[in-house]
Design a protein around this ligand. Sequence first.
Ligand code: SF4
Length: 305
Amino acid sequence: MAELSALQQPYYEATTLQQIEQLFPVRLSKELLSDFKFDHPVLKQYLPDARELINPDGYGEDPVGDREATSAGGLLKKYQHRALLITTNTCPVHCRYCFRKDYPYSRETPNQHRYETALAAVKKDHSLNEIILSGGDPLSLDDDLLSYLFTSLAAIEHIQTVRVHTKFPSIYPQRVTDALLSILATTRLNTVVVLHINHPDEITASVKYAAEQIKHTNTTTLNQAVLLRDVNDATDTLAELSHRLFSAGILPYYLHLLDKARGTHHFHVERARAEIIMQQLKQRLPGYLVPKLAQELSGHASKDY
Ligand code: SF4
């Protein structure tokens, strides 16, 4: 973990940094700080910014209606046939645009006892066929706890697929351990890993290797990106992202419009501009490399495209 003092940028007062830190602690790795210069778009995702203290109308603490959709044990159900389990509050980095930065994680401790409550609800609900392990980042859990979750879900007859939403392989590729690969390879469930890579330069040789290892477990490997101003809001950048993802065996899945979480407005890209970028991507890339432009709106029965 990087020291906070190392993030002090010349144009920030120390007090500004402290205020930001109180609202959403800074978390990024030493590797990220050494691999990228301060003004590189990759680092902009994780470095604190004084603009986080400004909140225009429409930006709030629960931008996609997670709180209302969450039931006992941290099970979140918004859409038909699938539910999402908040497995943990821990992430390998804190993305400054995070849509769950204000989620009330204190009640969602990562332990077997809480999971039992959620698993009982999954067992009871025969409409479900897919469970999404999310968080925080589910790969923050140790492999024993992950194995417990996979085994428990596999024991529920109506569950066919487990999906893991994770940033770990692109931040700490060494988290893709033999034990994790074995969990993915041996479950009876269909397995899907959805990575969260926003910029082509995040796909280093070791990230590519980790993604290939995951794919070799017969896991479908997808990527969801968020369209972020000054990070990836350019057709060239996103086209390159799709190509590099594909070279690593990962298919582009979603390109999300920003969720209007508190302190994120400086990342916002207007939908009209996003649609122009998408049009250019469609002209430039084969269809299988074009992600779907998606937006999650509170209370809607599906994502909007
Ligand atoms: S990895 Fe996901 S949950 Fe964690 S900080 Fe980033 S956007 Fe938020």
